[in-house]
Design a protein around this ligand. Structure first.
Ligand SMILES: NC(=O)c1ccc[n+]([C@@H]2O[C@H](COP(=O)([O-])OP(=O)(O)OC[C@H]3O[C@@H](n4cnc5c(N)ncnc54)[C@H](O)[C@@H]3O)[C@@H](O)[C@H]2O)c1
Length: 321
């Protein structure tokens, strides 16, 4: 049985991908420091509690339990926080990732799937966005991901690391069997915030209704977390077969507006979503949609669960678990 190390496996996307790996017949160990994740989302047998910055601990873990590859989710993810405290982000996301790569080198592991993001593109000129669009991040969080993509290129060239960088668009939804779901603290993602508004009656603030889009609200490419998890299995399999380093967008190629998401939440929950409109947020482009044909063609991946209704239904089921 092939063993994979998942960093950040106590978090949202990492916990789904761990379940998907187990379902696909892999053995999994999880490294997480539980700074932002949840102990209860990881089988205690699999959890190795450690910080990315502790190179020695990571090396020891991979030497004691050899792994074929690493899927690296562990990071801080809040754009706003990254602009208030960039040092925290560069240390955790950049220094932490380099520490992990050093440990991999020491343990003789040279395959890694890296969680990147649409934020590497900033305000892209061409939509749908292709992987060939230039790096142009507009926040410190996005810059941390650009930096690690670049470091991975040098590790490929200099020491034979093979990597797949997956640039996710808006991860959403939850495990259809409600075994795990989205639970960030603080929560900044739209769908769970709308659920909170439904539950508490406190209005959600939606940012901007004067964008040049059909209903005036921002359009984003929502990708179901189970589809994302399957993209990681495809990426690991690609690397295990000896595939070269790649960078792929992971999205559906079509977007939904904030207003359409509110309406879907109202349909699924059967309740009105209390909400108000605030001003636009700085650095929020009107439209962000991925071109994911490279991932579809090269890794034979297709989104199966990313219809908006399915995303909201699975997320709501988990929210009410
Ligand atoms: N959620 C999204 O929409 C989205 C979009 C694009 C990219 N991403 C990327 O996907 C990855 C996972 O995102 P998520 O939403 O699951 O986040 P999350 O916060 O739910 O999970 C991250 C996990 O990493 C752990 N972690 C953080 N720093 C660590 C460290 N130094 N050492 C050990 N563990 C550490 C946290 O405790 C947490 O369990 C991140 O790299 C993020 O940048 C997420």
């Amino acid at each position: 049985m092939k063993r994979i190390l998942v960093t950040g496996g106590a978090g949202y996307i990492g916990s789904h991908t761990t379940l998907e790996l187990l379902d696909a017949g892999y053995d999994v160990i999880v490294v997480d420091n539980l700074s932002r994740g949840h102990r209860k989302t990881v089988d205690p047998k699999r959890l190795r509690e450690a910080d990315l910055l502790d190179t020695e601990a990571l090396t020891r873990i991979m030497k004691e339990e050899p792994v074929e590859a690493v899927i690296h989710f562990a990071a801080y993810i809040a754009v706003g926080e990254s602009m208030k405290d960039p040092g925290l982000y560069f240390r955790n996301n950049v220094a932490g990732s380099i520490s992990l790569m050093n440990a991999m080198q020491a343990a003789g592991v040279n395959k890694i799937v890296f969680s990147s993001t649409a934020a590497v593109y900033g305000m892209p000129a061409v939509i749908p966005i292709r992987e060939t669009e230039p790096y142009a991040p507009i926040n410190a969080y996005g810059e941390t991901k650009v930096m690690i993509e670049k470091v991975l290129t040098w590790f490929d060239q200099c020491v034979g690391f093979r990597s797949v960088c997956l640039r996710y668009f808006n991860a959403s939804g939850a495990d259809p069997a409600a075994r795990t779901g989205e639970d960030h603290e603080p929560e900044t993602h739209l769908i769970p915030l709308l659920f909170q508004a439904v539950k508490t009656g406190k209005p959600a603030t939606l940012f901007g209704r004067d964008y040049p889009t059909p209903d005036g609200t921002c359009i984003r490419d929502y990708i179901h977390v189970s589809d994302l998890a399957r993209a990681h299995i495809g990426a690991v399999e690609w690397l295990l077969k000896g595939g070269e380093s790649k960078r792929f967008n992971v999205g559906t190629g079509s977007g939904y507006s904030v207003k359409e998401v509110v309406e879907a939440v109202e349909r699924v929950t059967g309740k009105p979503v209390p909400h108000t409109y605030g001003p636009r947020r700085e650095g929020d482009p009107p439209l962000l949609v991925a071109n994911s044909t490279a991932l579809q063609n090269e890794l034979n991946w297709t989104p199966r669960d990313s219809a908006l209704e399915r995303i909201v239904e699975t997320a709501w089921r988990w929210y009410n678990r």
